[in-house]
Design a protein around this ligand. Structure first.
Ligand SMILES: [Fe+2]
Ligand SMILES: [Fe+2]
Length: 151
């Protein structure tokens, strides 16, 4: 879905993509934070859970990176990386239940965030928006699966 150009998207939609790209960046770093702590505190279930989610979040991030020519990436990306890393590593130090609870809360937030974006895009049925809707729906299906798995 690299055919979306910046001129096809409204300023509002470009801003929404910037926030989702930042969020997916943060998500990758949440799972990196969990897996870093897992080097010292081995819990096979948490490790499997975080490794699987990390793979999915990397795919999501790649999808946003593939269309980053159509919006400006956030200048606060280093902050999102650090925030994600701490959001993953601190619960991982506290134990498995903290990891699952944190992931549940984060993915619940992301689910609501993507649903709002999809509704916004649906209000303008351009071809570019249609492609974005399909991408966001596919990402959100994974986020919902992550949320359910954490629960
Ligand atoms: Fe994601
Ligand atoms: Fe996710």
């Amino acid at each position: 879905m690299d055919s979306v150009s910046a001129t096809e998207l409204s300023t509002r939609v470009r801003g929404e993509l910037r926030s989702s790209h930042a969020g997916e960046t943060g998500a990758v770093w949440i799972y990196r934070g969990i897996l870093f702590v897992q080097r010292f505190r081995l819990d096979r279930d948490v490790r499997r859970f975080a490794s699987h989610h990390l793979d999915t979040e990397k795919q999501h991030l790649c999808e946003f990176e593939a269309i980053i020519h159509s919006f400006r990436g956030s200048l606060l990306l280093p902050f999102w990386m650090l925030a994600g890393y701490l959001t993953g590593s601190i619960p991982a130090m506290l134990g498995a239940d903290w990891v699952y609870y944190t992931v549940y809360r984060v993915e619940r937030f992301v689910d609501i965030h993507y649903r709002k974006q999809i509704t916004l895009l649906e209000m303008n049925g351009s071809e570019a928006n249609h492609q974005l809707i399909m991408m966001l729906q596919h990402c959100n299906a994974d986020e919902i699966a992550h949320k359910d798995e954490a629960l």
